[in-house]
Structure formats: structure tokens, C-alpha cells
Design a protein. Structure first.
Length: 116
């Protein structure tokens, strides 16, 4: 029996959603899962634990197209993945506009999601 202690449900991201560092305009990885409070990032560059970042990604919209999300993130932990040149990284949102929060919530609650 597994107990879940997270406060927010995390929806697994099936499609590739690239995450861009808004300060350097470089792709730093892709989303692994997403919740209203943060993300699991599959990073292709080493990141600093306990650092603050400004990230941008495009969240698919159910009606087609994508919704741009820009967020401030606090990187809580980093762990090397088994694939060479990749890291798992967990971050919590520290700045997310009301519109972006609503878009993230709608995406998490949309039909067809798989949760972790």
C-alpha cells in the first residue's frame, strides 16, 4: 500500500513540452509532470539546487494550440537521471499569474490525464 503525501495532484506530461530559461532563451529540458504548485523537470543541463529560475513553456490547449506559461520557480532538488546528460529536477512555483494558474488547473483537470 502506497501513501501519497503531496498536497497537489501531479499530472504526467505525455507529450513533449519544452521548458525555456527566460533569462538565457535556451531550452533547459522538458516537463515530466505538472501540478498547480510545481513541476518535475527532465533537464538536459545541470541546474543549481535551491536556486531561483524564470521559465517559460507552452501548455497544450484542449481546443488546439497552446497557452504560454511563464513562471518563477524555486528548484528544490536535483538528481542525475540514468540517461547520460539528463537530470531530474523538482521545482515549486513562486510566481505564476492568475491567468497561468487557471490554465495550469484547467490542463490538469482536463479529460485523459494520468496522475502520479
Amino acid at each position: 500500500m502506497t501513501s501519497e503525501f503531496r498536497r497537489a495532484r501531479r499530472r504526467r506530461v505525455i507529450e513533449q513540452i519544452d521548458v525555456v530559461d527566460a533569462m538565457t532563451e535556451t531550452i533547459i529540458g522538458r516537463l515530466g509532470n505538472l501540478s498547480e504548485s510545481g513541476v518535475l523537470l527532465i533537464a538536459n543541463a545541470p541546474l543549481r539546487e535551491d536556486a531561483l529560475y524564470q521559465w517559460r513553456f507552452n501548455l497544450p490547449h484542449s481546443g488546439g494550440g497552446a497557452v504560454p506559461i511563464e513562471c518563477g520557480a524555486h528548484l528544490l532538488w536535483v538528481d542525475r537521471a540514468t540517461a547520460p546528460g539528463q537530470w531530474w529536477a523538482g521545482a515549486r512555483f513562486i510566481l505564476l499569474s492568475k491567468t497561468s494558474t487557471e490554465s495550469v488547473t484547467a490542463w490538469i483537470e482536463s479529460p485523459g490525464g494520468s496522475f502520479e
